[in-house]
Design a protein around this ligand. Structure first.
Ligand code: BES
Ligand code: MN
Ligand code: ZN
Length: 492
């Protein structure tokens, strides 16, 4: 079982716990409330700092064990450097690491420097929780995992304001953590139906959830999506989530996710190496679900729609073959050249359905779509493709603000020509060059004239390595990004 973490806020005066943490700036003694706590140690600051080679640089720590508890002084770098918002999130992450190393159960942290306003403290709290997260539900408990419950009190100048900001930011954290949970869950546990059931739980927070079964999808003509699912014994689901927090007449914003619960490649089967990672091929759908939870939990004043296409891509005697031709809901016919290029087949119908039914202000899809985006951008940036410059630039800005970075890639008619098929309107695969762009051009055939962006998160959705705010396989990429986009530009 995982350790629980509880974060509370308290007044500056009276910080006192078995472990108390204060900050000191570079080449400066602890100031403010920290100065008083240091004074209780009875030690000379300059002497202690020199003995511990503590200069106040970020990452440094000075530990003092006294009769009335343990005082840990952390370096926060140059006093005059104002941290950007996501710098506070990162600081929360590194703070969690310091706290975990002490194995303390009750911790008081003094945060009273100038710049530590309510928004900054909310980021600090978010960083603590994001870094604390582990997907360890399938591991037996071990004694070295630390205390069962970790309680952290943040001592701040304005506890009431901090409490409000923390609660608001916590909604987005919950969304990110839900996405991480869904992505890490193995495919034997999380099939299309189980994923849909998890999405249905959002009803508790006021999200309207509809689940379409294969019969209803067939009725709508979603043969492109359904042809991916047909090799699996586990039937497809299309989940529609609606959060109506905005004005009754305001146009919704829409998010669409690729939800391939496992991608074997189908008949065009993948090699064995790292195939286990393909349990994360529903990372786009997980981000959309996490985002809907975030919007609902913070009661965002926006009308938002989340649509996720849930399928399992398996080889079998019922599976789609290379060369098969299907007619998508839009009427476009598709020659399936490679059954491993399945994500675009799922999204084709999910995108068309979303714009057709909701006439959204914009549509953003997220998908672990191509290995080629990892070749192009590695794990640092997700690929951004868009038919709309304003939407693209807003997304780029939101990515920088929350440190979920995007890099814009091209879409042009010259690439579009390459996906023409010998036998149908288009084909789903056309060789290795420009693999991510061709996938995006394919999706663009199904967005009509709606402002649209496609985020290829194959490199950022899982396995991207640890960061200050993530120590698990799946960072939950996309939730904070899209929550930021909505907050900054689309709330009523
Ligand atoms: N789910 C994969 C893409 C992927 C690869 C995601 C690695 C995360 C990590 C996708 O369905 C796929 O198989 N794409 C093929 C497309 C090709 C057959 C045109 C690819 O990238 O090789
Ligand atoms: Mn595939
Ligand atoms: Zn896939």
């Amino acid at each position: 079982m995982s350790q629980t973490i509880t974060i509370s806020v308290a007044a500056l005066a009276g910080a006192n716990a078995p472990l108390t943490i204060i900050y000191a700036a570079e080449n400066e003694a602890p100031a403010g409330a920290g100065a008083a706590l240091w004074a209780r140690t009875g030690l000379d600051w300059a002497q202690a700092a020199a003995m511990a080679s503590f200069t106040g640089k970020q990452g440094q720590a000075l530990d003092v064990l006294g009769a009335d508890g343990r005082l840990l002084v952390l370096g926060r770098g140059k006093a005059e450097t104002a941290l950007p918002r996501n710098g506070w999130t990162d600081r929360g992450g590194s703070l969690l690491v310091k706290i975990a190393a002490t194995r303390a159960a009750d911790v008081a942290v003094v945060v009273d420097e100038s710049g530590a306003d309510a928004a900054a403290i909310a980021e600090l709290a978010a960083g603590l929780r994001l870094r604390h997260y582990k997907f360890d539900k399938y591991k037996s408990a071990r004694a070295e995992d630390g205390p069962a419950d970790l309680r952290i009190a943040l001592h701040v100048a304005d506890p009431a304001a901090a409490e409000k900001a923390i609660a608001d930011r916590a909604a987005t954290v919950e969304g990110t953590l839900l996405a991480r949970d869904l992505i890490s869950e193995p495919a034997n546990v999380l099939g299309p139906e189980e994923f849909a059931a998890r999405a249905a739980e959002l009803a508790e927070f006021g999200v309207e959830v509809e689940i379409l079964e294969p019969e209803a999808m067939a009725e709508l003509g979603m043969n492109s999506l359904l042809c991916v699912a047909q090799g699996s014994d586990r039937p497809a689901r299309l989940v529609v989530m609606q959060w109506r927090g905005g004005k009754a007449d305001s146009q919704p914003v829409a998010f669409v996710g690729k939800g391939v619960v496992f991608d074997t490649g189908g008949i065009s089967i993948k090699p064995a190496a790292s195939m286990e990672d393909m349990k994360g091929d529903m990372g786009g759908a997980a981000a959309v679900t996490g985002l809907m939870l975030a919007l609902a939990r913070r009661k965002a004043p926006v009308n938002a729609v989340g649509v996720i296409g849930l399928v399992e891509n398996m080889p079998s005697s019922k599976a789609t073959r290379p060369g098969d031709i299907v007619k998508a809901m839009s009427g476009t016919t598709i020659e399936v050249i490679n059954t491993d290029a399945e994500g675009r087949l799922v999204l084709a119908d999910a995108l068309w359905y979303t714009q057709d039914r909701f006439k959204p202000a914009f549509m953003i899809n997220l998908a672990t779509l191509t290995g080629a985006i990892i070749v192009a951008l590695g794990h640092e940036h997700a690929g951004l493709f868009s038919n709309n410059d304003e939407l693209a630039s807003r997304l780029l800005g939101a990515g920088l603000a929350v440190n979920e970075k995007l890099w814009r890639m091209p879409l042009t008619p010259a690439y579009d020509k390459i996906i023409e098929s010998k036998f149908a309107d288009i084909r789903n695969s056309a060789g290795r060059p420009a693999g991510s762009i061709l996938a995006a051009q394919f999706l663009q055939r199904f967005v009509n004239d709606v402002p649209w962006a496609h985020l290829d998160i194959a490199g950022t959705g899982f396995g991207a390595g640890n960061s200050e705010i993530n120590a698990s396989w799946a960072p939950g990429f996309g939730v904070a990004l899209l929550d930021r986009l909505v907050r900054d530009h689309y709330e009523d």
